[in-house]
Design a protein around this ligand. Structure first.
Ligand code: SAM
Length: 294
């Protein structure tokens, strides 16, 4: 079976490294990982890993295991080809070489401590030492699998899922994904998911941030959104417009004990994207961070 990302292939690599929404997602995810004390020494699972962008952040943050899972053979092939540092060198959507909570790792994410030791974590520590944390290619593994039917690969302390759940085509698939992830986490482990915000189309234009929604088709358990990554040329893709309440319901049904939400955070303004730009984005961002405790 071929999936839409098989054909997007390298085009998706480009869309990931340039648009603002990706920079904001990375900033949000890294902030959350910092707040949990980093990933050093943790067993981590990156669902819908694509070409491994976030898997590499986990590995470079010092995770003991960083397992990337995707249903597309083509993107897993790309992920393996990227190694640990990534073919794009700096490997940072916001232009910085950042990794996931490198030096502040304090036990397992599952400790429930959520120790907010400051948000300076990874980036600042790298600046202090003048070098990125070490990552061993051996700590990265890639697996082709459907997140709704994961084999037992863990247990893991932490799972990330950046734009996985919006691919669930119906409610049973959505619930199966959450159950499958829960079954691979230790009790007290965390799931950090970046999920799209529903309801923007047709009132909000995300074009300045790298994505355009072109149509909403009402069918099945959740509307189908037709969209484009605004690369040159643009790339069509589609996803399901689940409500946050649908995600929360699936998480609770799967046995997660807590479900929390955080608004998207944005990187510091710079010469390319100033404060006015990011303020407009934060008014209706493309995504939110969902945090669940197993
Ligand atoms: C928008 S991409 C996100 C990739 C990556 N998380 C990132 O942020 O760079 C969505 C990915 O989800 C994968 N995917 C879709 N449905 C999946 C499923 N049921 N199980 C695993 N991966 C899936 C696609 O193949 C694609 O690589």
């Amino acid at each position: 079976m071929r999936f839409q990302y098989d054909s997007i292939g390298e085009r998706f690599v480009e869309s990931k490294t340039t648009p603002a929404f990706s920079a904001a997602d990375t900033h949000t995810l890294l902030g959350a990982l910092d707040a949990l004390g980093g990933v050093h020494g943790l067993d981590t699972l990156d669902l819908a890993c694509g070409y491994g962008y976030n898997t590499r952040l986990l590995a470079r943050g010092g995770a003991r295991r960083a397992v990337g899972v995707d249903s597309s053979e083509e993107v897993i092939r790309l992920a393996r080809a990227h190694g640990v540092t990534g073919a794009d060198g700096a490997d940072g959507a916001d232009g910085a070489d950042r990794s996931a909570g490198a030096a502040r790792g304090a036990g397992t994410a599952g400790s429930g401590a959520g120790s907010a030791t400051g948000t300076t974590g990874a980036a600042a520590d790298e600046a202090d030492t003048g070098k990125a944390p070490s990552a061993d290619a051996a700590s990265i593994e890639y697996v082709v699998a459907d997140a709704a039917r994961l084999p037992q690969m863990g247990p893991f302390d932490l799972a990330t899922a950046v734009y996985l759940f919006n691919s669930a085509t119906d409610r049973s698939a959505l619930h199966a994904m959450f159950r499958s992830i829960r079954a691979n986490l230790r009790d007290g482990g965390r799931l950090l998911a970046i999920v799209p915000n529903a309801g923007a189309y047709p009132n909000v234009d995300w074009s300045p941030y790298g994505v355009r929604i072109v149509d909403r088709i009402h069918e099945g358990d959740a509307p189908l959104l037709k969209a484009q990554f605004l690369t040159q040329p643009s790339v069509d893709f589609e996803f399901r417009e689940w409500a946050h309440a649908d995600f929360a319901e699936a998480a609770v049904e799967a046995g997660f004990s807590t479900v929390g939400w955080q608004p998207n955070r944005t990187p510091p303004a710079d010469g390319v994207r100033d404060e006015e730009y990011w303020t407009a984005y934060r008014a209706w961002p493309i995504s939110s961070l969902m945090t669940c405790t197993a």
